[in-house]
Design a protein around this ligand. Structure first.
Ligand code: ADP
Length: 449
């Protein structure tokens, strides 16, 4: 079982990042070889041939194997590990040949570690840092044990004899700093480029998602609009048939026409809910003074119609005086209609549903109370989610699409209405709406006066 930080390297985007280690590995090795050849010519680097003929080719070989592994997605972790080991051996050898603990090139450890950190992850960086420390410590132990001879610090021969800094030292040291800087800059700009490309990809994806979302909204708006016309046609015709406008119908036919009408009405509610859910956040509210008693009476007669012939009592409890708030009448009526539809649907016969209106500080309160099946406590958080139903099984007793309360949630939010639910399983449910005197945004829209 591999540790998580290694498994993470095998993800596609990390492999693509790691692939940048191959060219940077070639770059660092070739640069070192060029320097070694150059200093060897001037007798400044003892044992340069060990670097040039053994260690650098080993690194180039492991680097090439790594390139093969990433290309073929095979033995990636094994060959990446070998490549890292080759890095540490080459670096430690370069440091050893240029003076060991007194080498001016120990900073190469940090440069390479920075490149590794930007191309891999924290786990790999820490592992490499441990390998580097181990390599450096082994070198020191071998020197102190007398196994390895001590080389004079690099460039010492140049400033020996000269009092102060010679022009050779200036050139060589500047070249060293320049090379280290160049490697750092190349690594950083590569990473920044990669980040920028990724940002562009994300922006592009975002644009596509927004476009798909716009098309979906347009599609729902068009389809719901197209559906409403024939549904209204079916409702109108079934009403006319039931009223004997096209000739007398018997009791069974009348019942059938009523069923057709009820089904069409249910379909229309579903279509309206879909449209409301999709568009409520972008609707322009039509705010006006609204009498809640009047709205409650309308909701009651709609609920009576939904109840049909079931033995269910529907009551309204209204104050004597009109309760007026400034709100969007259509939206509030949609909210009440959905709450009443649920109350009627989930309440058994011989029980009652009550709609209560009252003035409240800062506005008004509407309560829809039923003596129905109730909502289990664990489901209360989810009932406002789209498509959620406490019983979502195919064999459920009650119909519906799970949209009603999510529409209520989005419309109450729009109108600045607070909604609270209390429920007791088997005893009933109570939805309480706290309606502000003026819906938010009323001043901007100039309504209500
Ligand atoms: P549905 O179309 O299923 O009624 P809603 O979004 O209106 O969808 O309601 C989600 C779920 O919340 C319902 O399926 C039901 O389980 C539960 N629920 C809502 N109102 C009531 C209520 N008055 N009594 C019992 N359960 C309710």
């Amino acid at each position: 079982m591999q540790p998580a930080f290694l498994r993470e390297l095998l993800e596609e985007h990390n492999l693509r990042k790691m692939a940048w280690g191959v060219p940077s590995g070639y770059l660092v090795t070739v640069t070192l070889v060029i320097f070694a050849v150059f200093f060897d010519r001037y007798g400044l680097l003892p044992n340069a041939d060990v670097l040039i003929f053994y260690l650098a080719p080993f690194k180039l070989l492991s680097n090439t194997m790594m390139w093969w592994a990433i290309r073929n997605r095979r033995f990636v972790l094994e060959l990446a590990g070998l490549n890292q080991l080759a890095d540490v051996i080459l670096l430690t050898a370069v440091i050893y040949f240029t003076g060991g603990p007194a080498s001016p090139l120990t900073s190469l450890y940090f440069v390479v570690l920075a490149i590794i950190a930007t191309l891999t992850n924290a786990g790999v960086t820490i592992t490499n840092a441990c390998l580097m420390v181990a390599g450096y410590a082994i070198m020191l132990i071998l020197i102190s044990a007398g196994v390895l001879e001590v080389h004079p610090p690099f460039l010492q021969t140049i400033y020996e004899g000269n009092s102060g800094i010679s022009w050779e030292l200036v050139v060589l040291d500047t070249m060293k700093v320049l090379t280290l800087m160049a490697i750092m800059v190349a690594a950083m700009s590569t990473v920044l480029n990669m980040l920028r490309n990724r940002e562009k990809e994300l922006e592009e994806k975002n644009r596509e998602l927004r476009k798909a979302d716009r098309l979906k909204s347009q599609f729902i708006a068009n389809v719901t609009h197209e559906l409403r016309t024939p549904i209204h046609g079916v409702m109108g015709l079934s009403e006319m048939l039931a009223e004997d406008i096209y000739g007398e119908s018997n009791a069974a036919q009348k019942k059938a026409f009523e069923n057709i009408n009820r089904s069409a009405q249910n379909l229309l509610s579903l279509v309206d809910d879909l449209l409301a859910l999709e568009q409520s956040s972008s609707w322009r509210l039509d705010l006006a003074e609204t009498d809640l008693n009047e709205l409650a009476r309308e909701a009651k007669s709609a609920a009576q119609w939904m109840r049909g012939t079931r033995q269910l009592q529907i009551e309204v409890d209204l104050p004597d005086q009109a309760v007026i708030v400034v709100t969007d009448r259509k939206c509030l009526s949609h909210i009440l209609s959905n709450l009443m539809a649920n109350a009627v649907k989930f309440t058994p016969e011989q029980k009652s549903v009550t709609l209560r209106v009252a003035s409240a500080p800062g506005g008004a309160r509407i309560v829809v109370h039923d003596e129905g099946i109730g909502i289990p406590p664990e489901a209360r958080q989810q009932i406002f989610d789209a498509f959620y139903q406490v019983d979502g099984s195919a064999s459920r007793r009650f119909g519906g699409a799970g949209l009603g309360l999510s529409v209520v949630a989005s419309l109450t939010d729009r109108l600045g209405i607070e909604i609270e639910v209390e429920s007791s399983e088997g005893f009933g449910t109570r939805f309480e709406l706290l309606i502000p005197e003026r819906a938010p945004g009323v001043d901007d829209q100039g309504a209500g006066s």
